[in-house]
Design a protein around this ligand. Structure first.
Ligand code: OAD
Length: 233
């Protein structure tokens, strides 16, 4: 019997909403070297470039709409008798806007800012600049509240507790390149969960899953959710 579902999402679930993925051909890391825009060292060297990158992504996100995959996961949370947790690597807010509530943003959120001196966190205005002052300590030390390479992802203790209790672990639209998220499938499996990958094509970690369905998230996710809900699991 399935009581606890943990769903890991990545950039692929938001691709059909018009937000770019990272590692597909023409993806964000081909256009912008990740060392420059997604590391603390890159930010220390050139904060204006990093703010420009995230200001543009924040604008894209504000113009984007959730797609049927996001809506299907919100439906699942509403209709499933047990617990559904979304652990997302995405920094957009499309899960929230589709109606999901139980979400952990392990790589942070574009809609938030933080102070790299006093660690105060607040809701980000549409644009941040190198001179934007922290509302708490007033220093011009504002950065996007995004977990960069070399930094510790958020919510790890809670995520590991959920993985321990998961009966079903589903990974959607992620290439399985970035740890610790790429290792969640093995953790869930060791704890006894069934594991399923829903991705456009087999990911790098596809062989770690019990089962896979390949296709666009806007098709495969609503189809899978419909089956779960109809089965009354
Ligand atoms: P990637 O760009 O690495 O992988 C996206 C995955 O989505 C690929 O496996 C694609 O095949 C798949 N995909 C593309 N379009 C899809 C669609 N329409 N439906 C279903 N799947 C589709 O993105 P992530 O795995 O999310 O971290 O990347 C993980 C982390 O690496 C990101 O959170 C980010 C990045 O560097 C930070 O910025 C810290």
């Amino acid at each position: 019997m399935v009581e606890n579902i943990v769903i890991l999402t990545g950039a692929g679930i938001s691709a059909e909403s018009g937000l770019g993925t990272f590692r597909d051909a023409g993806g964000l890391w081909e256009q912008y070297p990740l060392e420059q825009v997604a590391t603390p060292e890159g930010f220390a060297r050139n904060p204006a470039l990093v703010h420009d990158f995230y200001n543009a992504r924040r604008k894209n996100c504000a113009e984007a709409e959730p797609n049927p995959a996001h809506f299907a996961l919100a439906d699942l949370e509403r209709n499933f008798k047990g617990s559904v947790l979304i652990v997302t690597q995405n920094v957009d807010d499309l899960h929230e806007r589709a109606g999901s509530q139980n979400i952990l943003h392990m790589h942070g959120e574009m809609g938030k800012a933080k102070c790299h001196i006093c660690d105060y966190h607040w809701h980000s205005p549409p644009e941040l600049f190198a001179k934007t002052p922290c509302p708490s300590c007033t220093k011009p030390a504002t950065r996007p509240d995004i977990v960069w390479f070399g930094e510790m992802p958020y919510h790890m203790v809670k995520i590991e507790l959920y993985l321990q209790d998961a009966d079903l672990f589903v990974s959607i639209g992620t290439s399985g390149n970035v740890y610790p998220a790429a290792g969640f499938v093995q953790q869930a499996r060791l704890a006894g969960a069934q594991t399923l990958e829903l991705n456009l094509e087999p990911s790098q970690g596809a062989s770690n899953f019990h089962a896979a369905r390949n296709g666009p998230a806007s098709e495969v996710v609503p189809q899978w959710v419909g089956e779960i809900i109809r089965a009354g699991l």
